[in-house]
Design a protein around this ligand. Structure first.
Ligand code: NAP
Length: 306
């Protein structure tokens, strides 16, 4: 794979940035990967693991001379980081982000960037429940979608170059409008996470089921919820605070569906339950056919090594 950028700066060095660093280095997609994270411990870990070639004590230092800057911090921190790096960006550089919400990032970051840089927001639809610099691995994005949400005035060459980087890391790339992105992810990611958090919270409150029983017998569905509910609290707090409307819309629909099933159970309506579960089974088959998961039983996916 050929080099796409000379110098890439990763701001935030957690799961997503470290996976990008590993993939960029493995495929030779950049000449140099620079990095910055809030704490010295994370910066040192990034150097030691080797997914960054240099780390810098400030974001402003890290972006100097970079022709691609990737904001990989929690969504709520994007605006402050953009304000800090704005005056230090190289003319002609591209700034992108990996935030799970797009409209809020466009609003928080856009005003701080000078006119001489290209801002192309993005979101890799790949992740695990692990976080931090040790969590990343080079294959995280392979065969997964990355959604770019370029603004109307975006330079097509800058968008094409960023698309080439994601494809170089193995991702499939789609483009859409930020608002549409936010409603899609509310259905496929944000609301399911909230439901998982709720289900684990319910089990936690159930006095008649002791903790040891919940843990001992957790194979039956509950364990998958606990995996999702172990996701990073800061990241998910910011997701719900910034994609509020789309998530509330989906949760409203979720309540309606739940009442339909609740009523069918109360009325002993077996055919209604059977039809419902037949439709949902077909959706699962569609996901497997689209290559977004395997049909193999999932007993807790192991971590893939970098
Ligand atoms: P993570 O593993 O928790 O890492 C976050 C990183 O951001 C850490 O290195 C942290 O530094 C750094 N950071 C936080 N605030 C900062 C600040 N003000 N200045 C500089 N660095 C700061 O997070 P992640 O999972 O990689 O998520 C990063 C972004 O990707 C989020 O916007 C999230 O919405 C998005 N995303 C996540 C997933 C997922 O499944 N995890 C999937 C797709 C997109 P310290 O370690 O020093 O505190």
């Amino acid at each position: 794979m050929s080099r796409i950028y000379e110098r890439v700066a990763l701001i935030g060095l957690g799961l997503i940035a470290s996976s990008m660093g590993h993939a960029i280095r493995r495929h030779g997609l950049a000449g140099h990967v620079a990095g910055h994270a809030k704490t010295a411990a994370t910066r040192e870990a990034a150097l030691e693991i080797g997914f960054c070639q240099s780390v810098h004590a400030s974001a402003a230092e890290a972006v100097k001379g970079a022709d691609l800057v990737v904001l990989a911090v929690p969504v709520g921190a994007m605006g402050a980081v953009a304000a800090e790096i704005g005056p230090h960006l190289k003319p002609g550089a591209t700034v992108t982000d990996v935030g799970s919400v797009k409209q809020a990032v466009v609003e928080a970051v856009g005003p701080h960037l000078p006119a001489h840089v290209h801002f192309v927001p993005g979101h890799p639809m790949a992740g695990t429940e692990h976080s931090g610099p040790h969590a990343g691995f080079a294959t995280l994005f392979e065969n997964r979608w990355t959604i770019l949400t370029p603004l109307e005035a975006a330079d097509p060459a800058a968008v094409a170059r960023l698309k080439a980087l994601w494809e170089g890391m193995g991702a499939k790339v789609a483009a859409m409008d930020p608002a549409h992105h936010d409603s899609v992810v509310a259905v496929v990611s944000h609301a399911p996470h909230l439901i998982a958090y709720t289900m684990v919270g319910v089990a936690d409150h159930l006095a008649q089921v002791s903790n040891s029983e919940v843990i001992e017998y957790s194979a039956a569905g509950f364990r998958d919820f606990t995996r999702i509910a172990a996701s990073d609290p800061t990241m998910w707090r910011d997701v719900f605070l910034t994609n509020r409307e789309a998530v509330l819309d989906i949760l409203g629909r979720f309540h309606e569906e739940l009442f339909v099933l609740q009523r069918a159970i109360r009325m002993g309506d077996g055919p209604a339950l059977f039809d419902y579960f037949t439709r949902t089974r077909a959706i699962r088959r569609g996901i497997i056919e689209a290559g977004q998961d395997t049909a193999a039983p999932d007993f807790g996916r192991g971590k893939v090594q970098p």
